[in-house]
Write a new protein. Structure first.
Length: 256
């Protein structure tokens, strides 16, 4: 293979043997793996408020106030996610925006414009909050063409589904699992197990790819799936550590 040294070929062959056979399912983490995330809710709130003409005063003070309010209500947000209802969770963000502005002495009704601006910024094409890594779609296309089922398992809230729809990921996936909807997060084996059960696949027939050595690699290994770590800070993939998602393909007997 052009550009691949004999040592790399030998390593790929070794890992391929460890995979035993082509997996039935490849599961991916979302944030940091398929999706580049720049989500800072306090910053987004402040910037959306300023963009819609809300007189915030000191943006730093306003941002800190938003952060404190969100932290105080995060447990409630987690509970709301268990209902698996995007509209209910959307209402949470609008309500917290109203209370935030009121705490700053600003008319709460202005929160609707702030909310609309933030939602448009996050979930419209060209979003600067959620975007795809350049290797994501080519990898998913190759896996789908090979008949390998694809899953997303991510520590995320109910908005994961909206984000995947916006980015065009949904059509590649047999299942998308957001941890807050399930009430359990990686590396807890339960999140992996319930995903694999819904796909009717044994963990030994799954390869999981993620960017977190604990949540993804250790979590997948603990349930019997075969993990790969995506680490775009390295130049060349090595063993179970990928510099590019497309480097997974040769381990599966697929062209890079």
């Amino acid at each position: 293979m052009p550009g691949v040294s004999p040592n790399q070929e030998a390593e790929r062959a070794r890992v391929a043997v460890m995979l035993d056979c082509r997996p039935e399912v490849i599961s991916f983490d979302a944030a940091g793996t398929l999706i580049d995330v720049n989500w800072n809710p306090a910053q987004i709130a402040v910037e959306s408020a300023l963009a819609t003409g809300v007189p915030l005063g000191d943006p730093l003070v306003a941002g800190e106030a938003y952060g404190r309010l969100l932290r105080s209500r995060w447990g409630h947000f987690q509970e709301l996610n268990l209902q698996r209802n995007e509209a209910i969770c959307d209402a949470f963000w609008l309500e917290i925006g109203k209370d935030w502005l009121e705490s700053l002495g600003i008319e709460p009704s202005l929160a609707q414009g702030v909310y609309d601006h933030a939602m448009d910024r996050m979930f419209s094409p060209g979003s600067d909050i959620f975007s795809l890594f350049e290797d994501s779609i080519p990898t998913l296309e190759a896996l789908q063409a090979a008949g390998i089922r694809i899953a997303i398992i991510s520590n995320w809230d109910v908005s994961l589904h909206r984000t995947c729809r916006m980015l065009g990921l949904t059509k590649y996936c047999s299942i998308i699992v957001a941890s807050l909807e399930e009430g359990v997060e990686k590396p807890d084996p339960l999140l992996f197990e319930l995903t694999f059960e819904r796909l009717s696949v044994h963990p030994r027939n799954v390869v999981h790819v993620g960017d977190d050595p604990v949540a993804d690699v250790q979590g997948a290994r603990n349930v019997g799936a075969k993990p790969f770590l995506i680490d775009r800070s390295i130049e060349i993939s090595e063993a179970h550590r990928l510099a590019d998602l497309r480097d997974l393909l040769p381990y599966l007997g697929l062209p890079r």
